[in-house]
Design a protein around this ligand. Structure first.
Ligand SMILES: NC(=O)C1=CN([C@@H]2O[C@H](COP(=O)(O)OP(=O)(O)OC[C@H]3O[C@@H](n4cnc5c(N)ncnc54)[C@H](OP(=O)(O)O)[C@@H]3O)[C@@H](O)[C@H]2O)C=CC1
Ligand SMILES: CCCCCCCCCCCCCCCC(=O)OCC(=O)COP(=O)(O)O
Length: 316
């Protein structure tokens, strides 16, 4: 009887205030969460490598717009200065923004990372968030890829970024605060054919930053590894082939990939929410990650078939 009465109350005239109340609580919770996230990022010093193009450039635009103090890194000073002009020229006055600094270096120059880190820290006196984004991809069979190419890709995607991280880390440990973000790839979790050097560098990246996360937690330092699927950038065009020459082709998968602006937004959200490991990809690549872990005997034939198909396409 009592139950029936309660049910009538809920389904009857009381339903509307109850609904409105719940919606109000959810909206308030979301608002508070957003304010907390914004407060975490506001005025922080954020370093972005590979800021001259693609995903790094979109991250630079977005992070600048929310009021962080940026240090933009890349090899091409002119491109980075042009980006600074673009960012500072378009201030809408709604939110306080800061003029970014520029530091140039080639990640291949692993031994120079200590000096570059000093220069980076010197820009604003500290680094709150380091985004290791710069990278290069690879196209070629293992048989036809010279070891010098494997080494080059490893230097740019792995040794350079970890040397930079190691050089910036002591200042974070000293302040007992900091956040290291690394843009890996779905290919840091699964290996797909004809990209051996790239896949290996991203697997190494995932392992290194997973270790780092565990080791620096005691100092209050956070580590986020982002693993995107295909993004519409020039990554495939800029990829190196087995002999070290430029691949120069915009692959269909890349051309049809996610909008880099959307990926940048997802990265900002992941960083603000202090996420540890984030996959930003569609259903198939995400399922492929699970398949590789849970049912490798099904995953390997799929990759072998993919290699056969791609080889056939290349021959024709
Ligand atoms: N596009 C995609 O489909 C995906 C990309 N990713 C990852 O996203 C990240 C950004 O790539 P994306 O924006 O797509 O590609 P882009 O080729 O557009 O950007 C790569 C960036 O890396 C920098 N870079 C390349 N080589 C070096 C070097 N030797 N030293 C210093 N900087 C260098 C480039 O700067 P400059 O040449 O001006 O020096 C450029 O700013 C990479 O780590 C990539 O692996 C992950 C998954 C998917
Ligand atoms: C239970 C059903 C499971 C079905 C699994 C099907 C397996 C399909 C394979 C999908 C492979 C996806 C590969 C995604 C690769 C990717 O997103 O890479 C991102 C990059 O880093 C791009 O770099 P690239 O140099 O390759 O352009």
């Amino acid at each position: 009887m009592l139950y029936k009465g309660m049910l009538m109350e809920i389904t009857g005239s009381n339903i509307l205030p109850l609904l409105l109340g719940s919606v109000g609580i959810i909206v308030l919770y979301k608002l508070l969460q957003r304010m907390k996230q914004r407060a975490y990022i506001q005025d922080t010093v954020v370093v972005i490598t590979g800021a001259s193009s693609g995903l790094g450039k979109e991250c630079a635009k977005l992070f600048h717009s929310v009021g962080v103090r940026l240090v933009l890194c890349g090899r091409d000073r002119q491109k980075l200065e042009e980006l600074v002009q673009e960012l500072t020229g378009g201030a809408d006055g709604k939110r306080k923004t800061h003029t970014p600094n520029v530091v140039t270096f080639d990640l291949r120059d692993v031994d120079a990372m200590a000096d570059r880190a000093e220069e980076i820290v010197g820009c604003f006196g500290q680094v709150d968030i380091l985004i290791n984004n710069a990278g290069i991809s690879h196209r070629g069979t293992i048989l036809d890829t010279d070891v010098s190419v494997d080494r080059d890709v490893m230097n740019i995607n792995y040794f350079g970024p970890i040397a930079l991280t190691k050089a910036i880390l002591p200042s974070m440990v000293q302040r007992k605060s900091g956040h290291i973000v690394t843009i890996s790839s779905i290919q840091g979790k699964i290996a797909i054919p004809f990209r051996s050097a790239y896949g290996a560098s991203k697997h190494a990246t995932q392992a290194f930053f997973d270790c780092l996360r565990a080791e620096v937690e005691q100092f209050g330092i956070l580590v986020t590894v982002i693993s995107p699927g295909y993004i519409r950038t020039n990554l495939s065009v800029n990829a190196v082939t087995g002999d070290g020459s430029k691949y120069g082709v915009m692959d269909k998968n890349t051309a049809e990939g996610w909008d880099p602006q959307d990926v940048a937004k997802a990265i900002l959200t992941a960083v603000s929410r202090k996420k540890k490991d984030v996959v930003l990809a569609g259903m198939m690549p995400t399922l492929a990650v699970y398949l590789r872990t849970l049912l490798p005997c099904a995953f390997f034939p799929i990759m072998a078939a993919r290699a056969r198909k791609e080889r056939k396409v290349k021959k024709n």
